[in-house]
Design a protein. Structure first.
Length: 221
């Protein structure tokens, strides 16, 4: 829903933007390392949904896929949306949208990119999946699958560090990856890392910031 609103704002502004990159506030991105990527394709981060080893698609009849969203039955709303879209009788479905009923996908949704030429389709799909407030890591994954089928393309995978549930990256992790999740901005390590950028022209990737002992409390008055 938030990405759809951002896209609509950009469309209304008329700026010559190639696409929009969405990422969570606790995920770091090094834009200079994304410069040579294809700006006309979808981007998604590497598989990062634990305990699944890979982002993948499922058929409804497969049953339990091992992800916690299945146990909470979040897939049921997504399946209803998919079946409404893909049953061939949806009144507003664009004719070029291709999809298969009873198929849904998982995808780590903390980082992804939508190129401009797919904005209209992304907005339409967002409208469908937001009606039931479908879980984002199922909705985004399924939307990407539909976009890939409809435009005969595959999303590029960007090598982000971590996963949905990792934390406390070292400086080597940050310097060695174009993006990663997650950073705790209250962490001493993260604070010291950003402070070091102000004083270092180069940073040794092997340098690991060590936890600092907090100062003692002030003496009572």
């Amino acid at each position: 829903e938030r990405m759809r609103k951002l896209i609509e704002q950009e469309k209304a502004g008329g700026e010559p933007v190639d696409g929009l990159l969405f990422f969570h506030f606790d995920l770091w991105v090094r834009p200079g390392r994304l410069y040579n990527e294809n700006m006309h394709r979808l981007w998604k981060s590497n598989p990062g949904l634990t305990p699944l080893s890979n982002d993948r698609c499922f058929w409804e009849w497969e049953g339990d896929n091992g992800h916690w969203t299945y146990e909470k039955k979040y897939h049921e709303g997504v399946m209803k949306t998919v079946n409404e879209i893909c049953n061939g009788t949806h009144p507003t479905r664009p004719p070029h949208i291709k999809c298969q009923p009873r198929r849904y996908c998982t995808q780590w949704a903390d980082f992804y990119y939508v190129p401009r030429h797919l904005w209209d389709d992304f907005i339409w799909l967002s409208d469908q999946f937001s009606k039931r407030m479908d879980w984002h890591e199922l909705a985004v994954g399924t939307m990407f699958d539909i976009l890939e089928q409809s435009h005969n393309t595959l999303a590029q995978t960007i090598d982000c560090w971590g996963s949905c549930c990792d934390k406390d990256p070292t400086l080597k992790d940050i310097m060695g990856h174009r993006c990663g999740h997650k950073m705790d901005y209250q962490s001493n390590n993260i604070r010291l890392f950003f402070e070091s950028l102000q004083t270092r022209s180069t940073v040794d990737p092997g340098f690991v910031l060590k936890p600092q002992t907090p100062p003692p409390p002030p003496p009572p008055k």
